[in-house]
Design a protein around this ligand. Structure first.
Ligand code: B12
Ligand code: SF4
Length: 528
């Protein structure tokens, strides 16, 4: 029986992920770079759904009893999605064991440090990159000389001096979680709503070393790779090498996610993209706004004509799944100008249009517009815009309903046949058509959650046949195809007598349904 106190780690790296499926890449970097301290370091991940009390107890049990003269350190990764729970966790840990050294890091505590409750409660804060500075701080805490500064600016060494983290991914991570990988850090662009606009440039990891690590992961069975590079198509030589690497390993189960800037798609990249069959490539393309005035106000350089041409090419010539983003509430963006951007994007028929509402992230330069554009933001994370000089609070609220219903009807992929009936009628535009439906559904239900597939089917039938006067048979046909195609097997009122006869329900049915719906949902959206 080993002596538990002797094997207990005295450094614990911890974070609260948004959901279990998101494994923390940042924490794995820190662990991989602990050097001589690695043997005494443990990593523990939780989700934001866990109670801070339970997490605190688990962390303290892991550290074991305090021993004289040996520092115990907890490093906590703090992000916008976990800062509320993390603040409570730090409070509990410091109350239970005041001697424990609480070190914070991560983007949420890297800016406006002095304004936050969590940083007040903690002992140390490392801002920016933690790969080198966290182990250095631990060494100082364990062996002296003791650090004098509470806030430490994280060093940014050349990337080839940082150990890659992929060896820290367990087999369970590879089997059950999204595998985040990173071929470069930073972004050269300056979009003011985004934290990456503070980076001076983008830095690339040594490509051969990176690909060797991807090869090792692939050999271990990894097939889903989610690149967190801010702009995958920045250096085309690198993008080409990475795509070639995966083309050589093409299998049915391969899945690759990349973030792209929309107006840069040279022929060399196109030539490779077309070689990937359906289901392998997913591109997340932030369009954010098509409004040139707003784009220039927030320092977002984007060639709209080229963006449109590239999106059109991708939808028509490639098999890539296109996930596009728009942001509502940017300074000076009206409901009408946003609607025009939405319609322009919808006309290109990307697979998904994800609608976000502006968040004022700590440290981002968008704050400079707050006074001039009468921007009011929620003081609580994720600091969502509540009103602007050209959008009153009711309009923002109205749009929130729109977003929720859009997620349920469009992004979920569950109403592929019915959605065109709704959007492409004689309304002024698809945006206004959906807005009219959204207003109607809100008046009817006064809720944006607990809307079952059956309730949505019935609501769509009533709206399209009633308010819009469409032919009932056409509407029923579209709804029937969507409803049965989604795997749902209940009996909505609007489809009575049309559904194929089902065997008597069994206890396992709801679970199978939930799993099937889960596949349609983007994990990132399921979070909202
Ligand atoms: C993956 C991801 C997510 C995942 C969650 C992942 C998880 N673990 O649960 C999902 C998709 C759910 C998500 C959601 C959102 N995200 Co996000 N996301 C990312 C992304 C793409 C990758 C993170 C990553 O792995 N980076 C790579 C690692 C190496 O960097 P890192 O995590 O920053 O870690 C380094 C340092 O921060 C530091 N560090 C980290 N932990 C610790 C701990 C200690 C002790 C120390 C000393 C240092 C330290 O050292 C690490 C190595 O240098 C980043 C963008 C990016 N490329 O970084 C955005 C990013 C983190 N997200 C961001 C935002 C704004 C959001 C959303 C609000 C977006 C939206 N509008 O909906 C939502 C949050 C929703 C909510 N409920 O609040 C912002 C950060 C905001 C913030 N202050 O935290 C980022 C930076 C994007 C950006 N450029 O603006 N996101
Ligand atoms: S939005 Fe994209 S392109 Fe703009 S600064 Fe952020 S990461 Fe870079």
């Amino acid at each position: 029986m080993p002596d538990l106190a002797a094997v207990a780690p005295n450094i614990v790296l911890c974070t609260l992920n948004a959901r279990y499926i998101h494994a923390s890449l940042g924490l794995r970097y820190l662990l991989a770079n602990m050097g001589d301290l690695k043997a005494q370091t443990a990593m523990r991940e939780f989700t934001i759904a866990r109670k801070p009390q339970e997490i605190a107890l688990e962390l303290l049990a892991l550290l074991g009893p305090q021993q004289d003269g040996v520092a115990q350190i907890i490093g906590l990764g703090v992000y916008i999605w976990n800062v509320t729970q993390s603040t409570e966790l730090v409070r509990l840990l410091k109350a239970a064991r005041p001697a424990v050294r609480m070190v914070l890091g991560g983007p949420e505590v890297s800016h406006e440090v002095e304004l936050q409750e969590i940083t007040r409660l903690a002992d140390f804060v490392v801002t920016g990159w933690g790969d080198v500075s966290f182990p250095k701080l631990c060494r100082a805490l364990l062996h002296g000389p003791q650090p004098v500064m509470k806030v430490i600016r994280g060093e940014q060494p050349p990337l080839n001096e940082i150990a890659l983290p992929y060896g820290e991914c367990s087999d369970a991570d590879l089997a059950h979680r999204l595998l985040y990988v990173e071929a470069s850090r930073g972004c050269p662009f300056k979009c003011e709503f985004c934290l990456s606009s503070l980076d001076q440039t983008a830095w690339a990891f040594d490509l051969e070393k990176f690909l060797a690590a991807m090869h090792a992961l692939h050999q271990r069975g990894a097939r889903h790779f989610k690149f967190v590079d801010r702009t995958f198509n920045l250096k085309i030589d690198t993008s080409v090498r990475i795509l070639q690497f995966f083309l050589e390993r093409l299998t049915d189960d391969l899945f690759l996610h990349f973030e792209l800037v929309p107006d840069h798609l040279p022929q060399r990249l196109k030539d490779l993209i077309v070689q990937f069959p359906p289901g392998v490539l997913q591109f997340e393309i932030g369009v954010q706004s098509f409004n040139p005035e707003v784009q220039s106000r927030i320092s977002r350089r984007q060639d709209n004509a080229r963006t449109e041409a590239n999106l059109r090419w991708l939808t028509q010539a490639s098999h890539a799944h296109l996930h596009t983003d728009l942001i509502f509430g940017l300074p000076g963006e009206t409901l009408e100008s946003f609607a025009a951007g939405f319609d322009r994007l919808y006309a290109l028929r990307p697979d998904e249009i994800q609608l976000g509402i502006l968040n004022r992230l700590r440290g981002t330069p968008i704050a400079r517009h707050s006074a001039a554009h009468a921007m009011v933001y929620d003081a609580e994370p994720p600091y969502t815009v509540l009103q602007t000089g050209v959008l009153d609070a009711d309009t923002v609220q109205r749009f929130k309903h729109f977003v929720r219903y859009w997620d349920l009807l469009a992004s979920s992929g569950r109403f592929k046949q019915t959605l065109p009936l709704l959007l492409e009628q004689d309304q002024p535009s698809p945006f206004h058509a959906f807005l009219a439906f959204s207003d109607w559904l809100w008046r009817r239900t006064e809720k944006t959650c607990e809307l079952s597939p059956e309730l949505l089917v019935d609501a769509l039938a009533d709206y399209l046949c009633g308010a819009c006067g469409m032919n009932r048979q056409d509407v029923q046909q579209a709804l029937l195809s969507d409803y049965t195609g989604s795997g749902a097997r209940s009996n909505p009122h609007a489809l009575q007598g049309l559904l194929p006869k089902q065997p008597a329900p069994t206890m396992r049915k709801p679970k199978r349904l939930a799993q099937r719906q889960g596949r349609h949902l983007d994990p990132d959206q399921a979070l909202r």
